[in-house]
Design a protein around this ligand. Structure first.
Ligand code: ISL
Length: 568
């Protein structure tokens, strides 16, 4: 089993519980809501459900700020509801992977409350406390222990009046970073992971797990021209002890267990070379990582809030490099979407005229690569970005903090900030799941916590599950193909037509069996010349997103057309 792990032919589906389905009528999704919609996931054919955090949380970052790792937040239900959901998922032959958020806790977690009680607290060293910069009085501008900025705007340091010290928070000030240098911290995290595995869960998606190891002296970062803060990334991403920590975690949590688990490390800024180390099975760290290269291609020089369009060439070059880089050892995860990314059909596709074709073409090129595909809730029905009218529709702390900083501190015109938020905000992915052409899209009977996308009457699961030509039906076919075709789950990858400006083409090969994937990722027709085209004359068409399958490889693709062929 070691040489051929089960997740090579698996597809994962991410549920963002707050926005999935509301069973108790309070406007917020919950665990019973998920239980009630497992038919949808079973019909789609997915093998694994990854659940974004459902633990007790003040909700400053929608559950990524945890105040008790071993309790379910009351807005989602109870531990009994959780056990029921887990049993329901297992009885349908699916697995459940939990979100593991251990770079930081909530500031309301008892560990932090204890740590903040004073410099002599036995847990003081569980977090990163530091004195003000020399020559400065605590709390005054410039007194922060270093110049790092937080991912959510502002300084990465929060001043604590009572002790006169600062604590580090790479994310919001309500998400203090745990000090992984301290072995007690690591032990407490492994105990908690073991508690969930003993309860029956099947693995973990590990939040920003490449940020766990910091250079303990926490040096100042370089300040880019025009930036408010220094870049701490070189001192906390892939830090000095990261591989040691992940190997220790693997050993202390999975080392003595029998079973079929999945671990995926979310790793912003990870390179292919890093990922080789993290995912080489012989190193016993994680099974696969979420890398961020392809979702950074449309960031301009000013970062994600300075969006530009990405070219098809850039996209395929990037994917191909990751395919090649992890071909020998290691494994890729494949994703377009999650709760932090705008909707793919709006981002790299066309959510107007070619909505269906572009959603399915983008799905095709992703799903048939070598790796484990992830589907984010709503992606399988082609959900789009939200047409936010103004700032009042947004809920996400990252978006709201950015808006405040840009408008108030930098004096940027509000309309310009809004324009970027409409394209890049994480809230695009967090609007309620569109179940049906019913009030609130069938998500809730109450006022939803975040507005529903008004296109739910046109784009919803109910209509698509009855339509064999739907985006949903196409996703079903892609999932089924990964299960049935070993050249897709196990074959090698070779990029074709590298220089073609709009066609993403590749070959998957397992011994004599070959799969050819062709997709034109623009809204105008394309022609191409395939090397050794004769070899494909009698190939079998297995999938296509425009009408009936085209009978043969003919050198033409319509707007956003995707075709898949197999031969022996
Ligand atoms: O979306 C981002 C901001 O541009 C990313 O930087 C994101 O913050 C990063 O990918 C880490 O994400 C994870 O950890 C965050 C949480 O807010 C995200 O939802 C989570 O996926 C802090 O826990």
């Amino acid at each position: 089993a070691e040489e051929d792990p089960w997740w090579r032919s698996a597809v994962v589906y991410q549920v963002y519980p707050q926005s999935f389905a509301d069973a108790d009528g309070d406007g917020i999704g919950d665990l019973r809501g998920i239980s009630q919609h497992l038919d949808h996931l079973e019909e789609l054919g997915v093998d694994v459900i990854w659940l974004s955090p459902i633990y007790a949380s003040p909700g400053d970052d929608n559950g990524y700020d945890i105040s008790d790792y071993q309790q379910i937040d009351p807005i989602y239900g109870t531990l009994d509801d959780f056990d029921q959901l887990l049993a329901d998922i297992h009885s349908r032959g699916m697995k459940l992977v939990m979100d593991l958020v251990v770079n930081h806790t909530s500031d309301e977690h008892p560990w932090f409350v204890e740590s903040a009680s004073g410099p002599d607290s036995p847990k003081r060293d569980w977090y990163w406390w530091r004195a003000p910069r020399e020559g400065f009085a605590g709390g005054e501008p410039g007194a922060e222990p270093n110049n790092w900025g937080s991912f959510f705007s502002g300084s990465a340091w929060q001043y604590d009046q009572s002790s006169g010290e600062y604590f580090l928070h790479l994310f919001s000030r309500k998400q203090p970073d745990l000090n992984w240098e301290n072995p007690e911290v690591r032990g407490a995290v492994y105990d908690m992971m073991n508690w969930w595995l003993d309860r029956g869960v099947d693995g973990f998606r590990m939040d920003v797990v490449n940020l766990l190891s910091k250079v303990p002296s926490l040096p100042d970062g370089v300040v880019a021209p025009g930036a408010l803060y220094g870049d701490g990334f070189p001192f906390y991403a892939q830090g000095p002890r990261i591989h040691e920590f992940l190997q220790e975690m693997h050993e202390r949590v999975f080392g003595h267990r029998e079973g079929a688990f999945l671990t995926v490390g979310e790793m912003p800024g990870v390179t292919v070379e890093d990922a080789q180390l993290f995912t080489d099975p012989s190193r016993r760290e994680v099974d696969m990582v979420f890398q961020f290269e392809h979702v950074g291609l449309d960031h301009g020089p000013g970062g994600k809030w300075d969006p530009r369009s990405a070219s098809v060439r850039d996209l395929k070059e990037s994917f191909a490099r990751w395919q090649d880089g992890l071909a020998e050892a290691g494994w890729n995860s494949l994703y377009w979407n999650n709760h932090d990314q705008p909707r793919v059909v709006s981002r790299f596709g066309d959510d107007g005229e070619h909505w269906r074709e572009s959603a399915t073409a983008l799905a095709t090129v992703l799903h048939l690569q070598r790796g484990t595909p992830y589907i984010y809730q709503g992606e399988e029905i082609g959900m789009t970005n939200m047409p936010f009218a103004d700032i009042t529709g947004f809920r996400d702390i990252e978006s709201l903090n950015h808006y405040a900083e840009a408008v108030q501190l930098r004096g940027v015109a509000p309309d310009a900030v809004l324009a970027a938020l409409r394209i890049m905000s994480r809230d695009n992915a967090r609007t309620p799941f569109q179940w049906a052409a019913e009030p609130n899209a069938g998500f809730t009977t109450a006022e939803p916590w975040i507005p529903v996308n008004p296109n739910f009457d046109r784009i919803n699961a109910d209509a698509q599950r009855r339509d064999p030509k739907s985006v949903f039906a196409y996703y079903q076919a892609l999932v089924a193909l990964r299960h049935s075709e070993r050249a897709i789950s196990h074959g090698s990858f070779q990029l074709l037509l590298r220089e073609h400006p709009t066609v993403f083409a590749y070959l998957r090969t397992l011994e004599a069996r070959q799969v050819l994937v062709l997709a034109n990722l623009v809204g105008t027709a394309a022609t191409y010349e395939l090397p050794e085209a004769e070899a494909w004359e009698d190939a079998e068409p297995v999938l296509g997103n425009i009408g009936a399958n085209v009978p043969r490889v003919d050198g033409r693709l319509g707007p956003w057309e995707a075709q898949v062929f197999v031969r022996d």
